[in-house]
Write a protein that binds this ligand. Structure first.
Ligand code: ABU
Length: 361
């Protein structure tokens, strides 16, 4: 079944086919997580502690949300000017406390649709998430998802972990992310958990990393649900505190893989025939308030098609490198959004890209 204009409601098989419809996130109502949240602590940069101690449980300061909101609107307008249909989440009050049988929390935001959902072919997959503050986040996107479902999309929603105390690894120490050479994570293997942003799609081959929000059960759940047209490949890189793969590796076009050279020392064998594009070091972000993330947000860009990519306008070395690799960078102001933990790739979720499901390997 398709929408009236004869296009499938949902269709996207990779990160680079021509983009036709996309969700752009929102920071309206965004609330700062509590400092003592164990999951947050696993990825919190040291310099960010004071921010969470001061603002935890309160709305993000309005100067932060106003400037980030203006940048999201510029992103939405830019996409529209390129002929892409842009959708936005519903407003939600993330400052409202909720209570489960095991814990209570406030929400976070609807800023990063890439984290909470992914489209695999004609199917929307809702991620279960692993942070208490993100338990109900998907509801900001549910009206859209229901509309796509009514338009014919398939819809899978992963079982949510209880997120009770036993779900978190109470021996995890973010200062010692490896034990005997084995990466440690703050979440256990007791229940299914993943964020969609730990996956990226290259047609019939889908890649995923284990992280502080994605466990083996989560990966197995996706692999078993999506069917035999797809193969899931688990990859591991050198990010000591992994949460989301799209600042480590990002395919920009068939046969072109952008990598973060700090964390990627060995390219998985399957990419042996691909061109490896080594991202230049991020420009000095200084004291710009990276509260949830590394500086490598700089490479977190959105492909509009195989040539055009949207990224922050201040990233001159990367912009020049992209041009030398044959891309056409479209630059927008996006630095104020970084403080929320993502850049243009995180701030969006593909709904429709023109193209077929095929193998690129
Ligand atoms: N949400 C993406 C953050 C990844 C990073 O810290 O590099």
């Amino acid at each position: 079944m398709t929408q009236e204009n004869n296009k499938p409601a949902v269709w996207s098989c990779n990160e680079w086919d021509p983009l036709e419809e996309v969700i752009v996130g929102s920071v309206e109502g965004a609330t700062v997580p509590e400092y003592d949240d164990v999951a947050l602590q696993s990825i919190m940069p040291d310099h960010a502690a004071n921010f969470f101690k001061e603002h935890g449980g309160k709305p993000f300061p309005s100067e932060m949300t106003d400037s980030a909101s203006a940048e999201l609107d510029i992103l939405a307008d830019t996409l529209k000017s390129l002929g892409v249909k842009v959708r936005r989440p519903d407003k939600m009050d993330f400052s409202k406390e909720y209570v489960t049988p095991w814990w209570k929390s406030k929400g976070l935001y609807a800023a990063m649709p890439r984290d909470v959902m992914m489209v695999i072919g004609d199917t929307i997959v809702e991620a279960p998430m692993a942070w208490r503050s993100r338990y109900f986040e998907i509801y900001a996107f549910r009206n859209l998802i229901q509309e796509y479902f009514k338009g014919g999309a398939k819809w899978l929603s992963a079982p949510k972990p209880s997120m009770n105390d036993a779900f978190y690894n109470d021996t995890y120490n973010s200062d010692e992310p490896y034990k005997d050479g084995v990466k440690q994570f703050v979440i256990s293997e007791n229940e299914v958990a993943f964020d969609a942003a730990d996956f990226f799609r290259c047609g019939k081959d889908i890649f995923v990393q284990k992280s502080n929000v994605t466990n083996q059960m989560g990966i197995d759940w996706v692999a078993r649900q999506i069917g035999t047209d797809y193969k899931i490949h688990e990859v591991e890189f050198g990010d000591p505190h992994p949460m989301h793969i799209d600042t480590t590796v990002l395919p920009l076009a068939p046969g072109k893989l952008l990598i973060n050279p700090t964390w990627v020392k060995k390219i998985p064998e399957i990419f042996k025939d691909w061109e490896i594009l080594v991202a230049p070091e991020p420009t000095k972000l200084g004291d710009s308030g990276m509260y949830f993330s590394s500086d490598w947000l700089t490479m977190n860009m959105l492909s509009v098609n195989e040539k055009q990519v949207i990224l922050d306008e201040q990233e001159t070395p990367l912009i020049e490198a992209l041009k030398s690799w044959g891309f056409e960078p479209i630059t927008i102001p996006f630095r104020n959004f970084y403080a929320f933990g993502g850049s243009v790739h995180c701030a969006t979720a593909d709904i429709r890209r023109r193209g077929e499901l095929k193998s690129y390997f």
